[in-house]
Ligand binder design. Structure first.
Ligand code: GDP
Length: 441
């Protein structure tokens, strides 16, 4: 019963979509598991975004797992995801219009719904917070998770019992409308309109809704390879990330058990996906961040392959902050996730640098930190200590095997492996499926 978790090892946008897509495609040469047959999203909502490039086609997915591009795969939206039904239907329609069938999609009845008042509250709260805002995607995701924890959330299964749906909505909307009107001076929501809209969504979504834990459990029992796809990333984890600049769910590997309804013993492999450098969207501390001309230069390099796009968030369209690879952060991510291997993406972006700084420690005052500092005040003021590796001048985006990489690029990968203590099995040198180098164990 092989289950593999794919987790972002940094602050997101590492290229998890490409990695999931690769594993989904044909399994892996030499891997113990067969090809992936089920891909499960286990947390987050449509605040996430994966970009997958297949030839000239670019797919941007927010809710539906990347596996949907493969006809043999069943994509599953697990109970740990919050679902905006309007967005889900839009995404299904967009994919279907492009010839990608979503007929196999399964959606957990236990997943919570994103409601219009969640989105409105997200928007007005960000405005209210001003310079203290979290830079959320304003998709209402945090508010949906908050209502889940407060036990006033509406779930996908509520869509199929109008009476219960309306009772719950009536109860919760009174409070939300009062908050919107009295605190934020916003217009109240019309209960009848929400109910009518959501009943229409129910009709559309009915064929996809199922008991996903039974489905996943059976797949595992039959020995089918299940891939659990994390959205966002480790340093954005609600518990372990750089709080409060985090997401409202748990992307770490342990979150996969909760958000998909599987047992820890079912997980056989945890793949961490890390960029060869780091990006971060939104506010929060970032010790290896670069600024000014140095950042502009890296931004330009990241856009050399137009299909990958320069560093804008898939979901947000916001320019990403950029910085050098941080091994301290990666060691922390490994501690939390127990990576069995790392995939390093975007190595191509680093081509042409004479020198490549890699952060191996932090300094805070006179103290050196080899491990991620537990206290936020320390982390906020840490300075990165770098080792400087020799860069390579050749374009590596067309290299077909790891052996063909310039020796400096191989040395860079080996250095990351040594610093993080995690084997690196795959290096990605471009957005295309073919631009993937496998490194023998
Ligand atoms: P995800 O959410 O972790 O899947 O990341 P995103 O989809 O937001 O961002 C990854 C972007 O990088 C996408 O546009 C990918 O097509 C692109 N990408 C993935 N791997 C590589 C790579 O090795 N090199 C380059 N240049 N782009 C890549």
């Amino acid at each position: 019963m092989p289950a593999t978790v794919v987790v972002g090892a940094q602050w997101g946008d590492e290229g998890k979509g490409k990695v999931t897509d690769l594993l989904a495609q044909s399994g892996e040469r030499g891997a113990a598991e067969g090809p992936v047959e089920v891909v499960v999203r286990y947390q987050g909502g449509d605040n996430a975004g994966h970009t997958i490039v297949v030839g000239d086609d670019v797919y941007k997915l927010n809710l539906i797992p990347s596996g949907v591009l493969h006809p043999h795969i069943t994509p599953v939206i697990g109970n740990g995801v919050v679902v905006n039904p309007h967005r889900l239907i839009e995404e299904i329609d967009e994919l279907e219009a492009r010839g990608i069938s979503c007929a196999k999609l399964r959606v957990s009845g236990n997943a919570h719904l994103v409601m219009p008042y969640h989105i409105e509250l997200d928007k007005v709260k960000e405005r209210y917070l001003g310079k203290n805002r979290l830079d959320t995607t304003k998709r209402g995701i945090g508010y949906a998770f908050a209502d889940k924890a407060m036990r006033v959330g509406l779930r996908v299964q509520d869509l199929f019992d109008r009476k219960i749906f309306e009772e719950k909505l009536d109860f919760v909307l009174k409070e939300k409308n009062a908050i919107l009107a009295k605190i934020y001076g916003s217009l109240p929501f019309d209960q009848g309109k929400i109910a009518a809209d959501y009943m229409a969504y129910a009709e559309r979504l009915k064929p996809y809704v199922t008991d996903t834990t039974v489905f996943i459990h059976e797949a595992l029992r039959e020995g089918r390879h299940v891939l659990l796809e994390g959205a966002q990333a480790t340093l954005l984890d609600l518990d372990h990330g750089t709080y409060p600049f985090v997401t409202s769910s748990n992307p770490v590997a342990g979150g996969a058990c909760v958000g998909a309804g599987i047992a820890p013993r079912d997980i056989t492999r945890v793949i961490g996906v890390a960029k060869a450098y780091i990006t971060r969207v939104g506010a929060g501390p970032f010790p290896t961040e670069i600024h000014g001309a140095e950042a502009e230069d890296m931004l330009e390099r990241s856009g050399r392959d137009a299909r990958a796009g320069i560093e804008f968030g898939t979901r947000t369209g916001r320019l990403r902050r950029l910085g050098w690879f941080d091994a301290v952060l990666l060691r922390y991510a490994d501690r939390l996730n127990g990576f069995t291997e790392l995939v390093i993406t975007k190595m191509d972006v680093l081509s042409g640098y004479a020198e490549l700084p890699v952060c191996t420690e932090y300094m805070y005052g006179d103290e050196r930190y080899k491990e991620f500092p537990a206290h936020q005040s320390v982390f906020h003021h840490c300075e990165a200590v770098y080792e400087r590796l020799k860069g390579w001048n050749a374009d590596i985006s067309k290299v077909l095997t790891a052996d063909e990489m310039p020796k400096e690029a191989r040395a860079f990968v080996e250095f990351l492996e040594m610093q993080t203590g995690v084997p690196i099995r795959i290096v990605s040198v471009g957005p295309e499926r073919e631009q993937t180098l496998r490194i023998a164990a």
